[in-house]
Design a protein around this ligand. Structure first.
Ligand code: UAG
Ligand code: ATP
Length: 486
């Protein structure tokens, strides 16, 4: 493709215009390690590396032109300077792949918690109704029925545009993370439907304040197509704020919430044992049954319901398909034990998610709650206090253990657990550093009516080795089950 075509709509400076005029590129790469002969290399200053340091490497590997933010000269291939390389990459990718988000029905889901669950449910509803759907999110990326493991919740703009270009599916659901939004990973894309689920304390190591975090999430709604629609959980205080903002901007906005002034009025919530939610719209009441327990999951169901309606799926068909939702890997997955206890594996890693998870266990009949969890190294440390306070309040026993250390020394994390526990915890808490042994301890000491809740890792593989030969919380739970069966 002609380089000038790829540069369309991008403000740039280049000292070798003649050369650009004739130049064709065979691809685009944001990493020098992906460069092939004839590629355009986009140098990005990142959090760990500066892509500008890899320009020589990219040229040696065959790059035919370079884009970057620095003032550079004397390169053996044309150098094009832009204001912001990440932002430029979004437009370059869009131009190179033929603006694929324009011709697809694009749905973005944002919020602190529930993006994956809501996205999976909406995909399930669409597919049950004969529609094909790609999904780009935390657990996996599914395009044309083929699944790949995800590295990021929201991949880079180059990856997304490539996936959209490959996708033959009618619909695309994308989980929009705040990191993704702030790093321009959705730059140049447009959406038919954007969902806002909630906003609670998370990622303040990155955004610093909740206001900044909200502004970043809210920026998704600037990417709506001209006739695009916003669906917002108005029971969330930030959601309510967003409804007001979008209505003021005359964006087509549909609110979901427990007061009658909402477009989708939630008139009743029954979180367990047979989770159902009643929704009234245009004075008609619908009852939605959803196999995942908990008020939080019923909110996810309400949001997916409203989205499916706005995508013109018949109400009855939505209700029928919601009933058959198979659930999501590592989200409130229940493993009944032979002794009458239950083990739950859940991806909760915010205070709000932990609250919902423990609350759901209690309202589902847990007589004793034993909660096992840890803190991820090198991530928001300010949420830890509240997480301990919630478990100290809502569980009967809690076990602090290891989550991913992310290069934090084990000794340092142990010290952190001890000091947080003595400051904010209570005598219900113990520390068992090895995650698999913490689970073993809880299972071995469990009795009928106990609910052992293991949070934080959900579907993810363990990063470090533990005492037992298992790789995930679910494998660890199954390991004890299989020992008992022998
Ligand atoms: C801190 C952070 O957000 N980093 C993201 C960012 O990487 P970065 O730009 O900082 O990359 P870097 O490693 O410093 O490298 C800078 C540049 O040098 C280039 N390079 C580097 C090495 C080399 O040999 N050659 C080379 O060209 C790199 O390709 C890059 O362009 O941009 C990359 C591409 O988009 C992301 O993959 C990467 O996500 C990392 C892996 C990550 O863990 N991010 C987390 C915090 C994140 O984004 N999480 C959210 C979900 C959060 C949630 O809700 O739970 C997500 O969307 O995944
Ligand atoms: N609507 C909700 N409100 C509060 N907590 C929720 C909600 N939905 C799910 N959760 C909790 O958050 C956890 C993660 O859920 P899910 O993976 O659906 O969210 P996510 O937004 O994709 O998360 P992440 O951004 O970390 O990938 C669940 O295991 C559950 O504990």
């Amino acid at each position: 493709m002609e380089l000038l075509q790829v540069l369309k709509d991008i403000q740039h400076e280049c000292k070798s215009l003649d050369t650009l005029d004739r130049l064709k590129i065979t691809g685009i790469a944001e990493s020098s390690s992906s460069i092939k002969e004839g590629f355009l290399f986009v140098a990005i200053k990142g959090n760990t590396f500066d892509g500008h340091h890899f320009i020589d490497d990219a040229i040696t590997k065959g790059a035919s032109a370079i884009i970057g933010e620095q003032e550079l000269s004397g390169l053996s291939v044309p150098y094009i300077k832009v204001e912001n390389s990440r932002q430029a990459l979004g437009v370059l990718a869009k131009n190179y792949y033929g603006n694929p988000s324009k011709s697809k029905v694009m749905i973005a889901v944002t919020g602190t918690n529930g993006k994956t669950t809501t996205s999976y449910l909406l995909k399930h509803i669409l597919e049950e109704n004969g529609l094909s759907c790609s999904l780009i999110g935390t657990i996996q990326t599914i395009v044309n029925g083929e699944s790949m493991k995800s590295k990021n919740t929201t991949p880079s703009s180059l990856t997304i545009n490539h996936l959209l270009n490959k996708s033959k599916d009618q619909f695309v659901i994308l989980e929009a993370s705040s990191h993704g939004l702030s790093q321009y990973r959705l730059e140049g894309m447009e959406f038919d439907l954007c969902l806002f689920l909630n906003l609670t304390h998370e990622h303040l190591d990155y955004h610093e304040t909740l206001e900044n975090y909200f502004e970043t999430k809210a920026s998704l709604f600037n990417k709506l197509k001209r006739d695009g629609k916003a669906i917002i959980n108005a029971d969330d205080i930030w959601g309510r704020k967003l409804v007001e903002k979008l209505q003021h901007e005359q964006v087509q906005t549909f609110s979901v919430g427990q007061s009658m002034d909402n477009d989708y009025f939630i008139s009743k919530i029954e979180p367990s044992p047979n989770p159902t939610i009643k929704i009234e719209e245009n004075s008609k009441q619908q009852t939605i049954s959803f196999p995942m327990a908990g008020t939080h999951n019923l909110y996810n169901a309400a949001m997916a319901y409203a989205a499916a309606q706005q995508l013109s799926i018949q109400t009855k068909d939505i209700i029928d398909s919601t009933k058959t939702f198979p659930g999501v890997d590592g989200r409130f997955e229940v493993f009944p034990q032979q002794n009458g206890s239950n083990v739950i594996v859940d991806y909760a890693h915010t205070a709000d998610a932990v609250f919902h998870c423990l609350h759901t266990a209690r309202s589902s009949g847990a007589q004793r709650i034993i909660h096992i969890f840890g803190f991820r190294g090198n991530r928001d440390t300010t949420k830890r206090k509240e997480m301990i306070q919630i478990t100290a309040d809502l569980s009967d026993q809690y076990v602090l253990t290891m989550d991913d250390l992310n290069a934090v020394p084990l000794k340092e994390m142990l010290h952190t657990l001890e000091s947080l526990n003595s400051t904010y915890g209570n005598d219900k808490g113990v520390i068992i550093p090895d995650r698999t042994l913490a689970i073993e301890h809880a299972v071995a000491n469990s009795k009928k009516g106990d609910w052992i809740i293991i949070t934080g890792k959900g579907h993810e593989q363990y990063q470090q080795a533990f005492a037992l030969p298992t790789k995930t919380d679910k494998e660890t739970v199954m390991y004890f089950k299989s020992l008992k069966l022998k």
